[in-house]
Design a protein around this ligand. Structure first.
Ligand SMILES: Cc1ncc(COP(=O)(O)O)c(C=O)c1O
Length: 389
């Protein structure tokens, strides 16, 4: 009765770990959460107020499939502040980056096609392709090379059935950023094969040390850029994002959106009009710098405990940590940590197969006091398990 495609989807260990964490919490135990990839902060107050006002003033109807014009204008202005000219005709509001990915898969992939992705990478990407009947091939990114992707990797992975590649910057789970020069080389090479490049920028704005961050749109107007209100803007539950398309793709994309989702949430869109105000932006920026502070604290503590962090992330809110010195495969490491010490971290296998046994992802979406408690418990675990630094 059920489709073959639906049976091919792997369950996430992170959800099973979260479930276990919640069981401990139901028993009154304190769990330290490093597993969940969503900001612990609630949405900035001006956005919440705008959402309430949208409801009160009756903004409860379908909108245009592309999204409401004022929000598209604000996004265009957001790019203008980065020195980029992105007309609103190229900006389409979606139901989260996830909604954008469904529509992009429908726009760009046919059954039998293949799309290149990275390993490690965001695990859902292969499912979006699969839903369109396409396959994915993962390019392995090694820790020794700083999880860096190079044009040569794309050249050697590319085969006749490949239609394009999906990249992310900053990336989940490694927090690495793609150099503009690499993006430029890859996008030119792929364009030469009539292929597409999707660039997932949903962690845009969450960069450490005030590093300047300009969208990959500075490199090429041919990219399909995904963005979201979930992470930097702290609006995961509102389910709102956007896609920037090459001009010649917008009509088809709109038709898909009209048919598949009709429109993104009118309430969320009206709330998001406040996301770019000076008041909200200063809340977002302050939270981004809090993430940087946490990254430093957590990284220092883990290094002290003998873990290796092959790449200090440039952005997002994750550390991809090597647990090889424990001699425990990462999946077992995560389960023992939650069962014995109530610390939840995500095993590498949720992000791919390549060297995943030796990596775990820490999300520092929890406050400094919890980070310290987590480090203390991990220290106790290593001592109890007889693991030296
Ligand atoms: C790399 C990446 N892309 C896309 C998403 C989906 O985000 P959303 O649908 O909330 O915008 C996530 C969520 O964690 C992510 O990490």
């Amino acid at each position: 009765m059920y489709s073959r495609r639906s049976s091919e989807i792997d369950p996430f260990t992170v959800m099973q770990l979260l479930h276990r964490a919640q069981e401990f919490e139901a028993q009154g135990r304190r769990v330290v959460h490093f597993e969940v990839g969503e900001p612990d902060f609630t949405t900035a107050p001006p956005i919440i107020e705008a959402g309430i006002e949208a409801l009160r003033s009756g903004q409860t109807k379908y909108t245009a499939a592309q999204g409401i014009q004022p929000l598209r204008e604000k996004i265009s202005a957001y790019y203008r502040d980065q020195g980029l000219d992105v007309p609103i005709s190229r900006i389409q509001i979606t139901s989260g980056a996830s909604g954008g990915l469904v529509l992009l898969a429908g726009l760009l992939l046919d059954p039998g096609d293949r799309m290149l992705i990275t390993d490690p990478g965001y695990p859902c990407n292969k499912v979006f392709a699969r839903l369109a009947g396409a396959d994915t091939k993962a390019i392995a990114l090694s820790a020794q090379r700083g999880f860096e992707l190079m044009l040569a990797d794309v050249e050697s992975a590319w085969e006749a059935q490949d239609r394009g590649i999906l990249l992310a910057s900053p990336a989940n789970p490694t927090g690495t950023m793609l150099a503009a020069s690499t993006l430029s080389e890859i996008s030119k090479w792929v364009a030469g094969r009539d292929g597409f490049v999707i660039l997932d920028e949903i962690y845009q704005g969450l960069v450490h040390d005030d590093a300047p961050y300009t969208s990959g749109l500075a490199v090429s107007d041919d990219l399909f850029v995904l963005n979201s209100f979930s992470k930097f803007f702290g609006m995961t539950g509102w389910r709102l994002g956007w896609v920037v398309l090459p001009e010649n793709a917008t009509e088809r994309f709109t038709k898909l959106a009209q048919n598949l989702v009709i429109s993104p949430s009118s309430i969320a869109q009206n709330a998001a009009l406040e996301a770019f105000s000076e008041e909200s932006m200063s809340v977002h920026r302050q939270r981004a710098s809090e993430f940087s502070r946490r990254a430093k604290q957590l990284a220092a503590g883990l290094l002290e405990l003998g873990f290796a962090i092959p790449v200090m992330p440039a952005g997002a809110f994750y550390l991809y940590v090597d647990v090889a010195h424990t001699g425990i495969p990462s999946d077992e490491f995560c389960w023992r940590l939650i069962e014995e010490y109530q610390v939840a971290v995500t095993p590498g296998k949720d992000f791919g197969d390549f060297e995943s046994d030796r990596f775990v992802r820490f999300a520092y979406t929890t406050d400094i006091a919890s980070i310290d408690l987590g480090l203390e418990r991990i220290g106790q675990a290593l001592a109890a398990w007889g693991i030296s630094r």
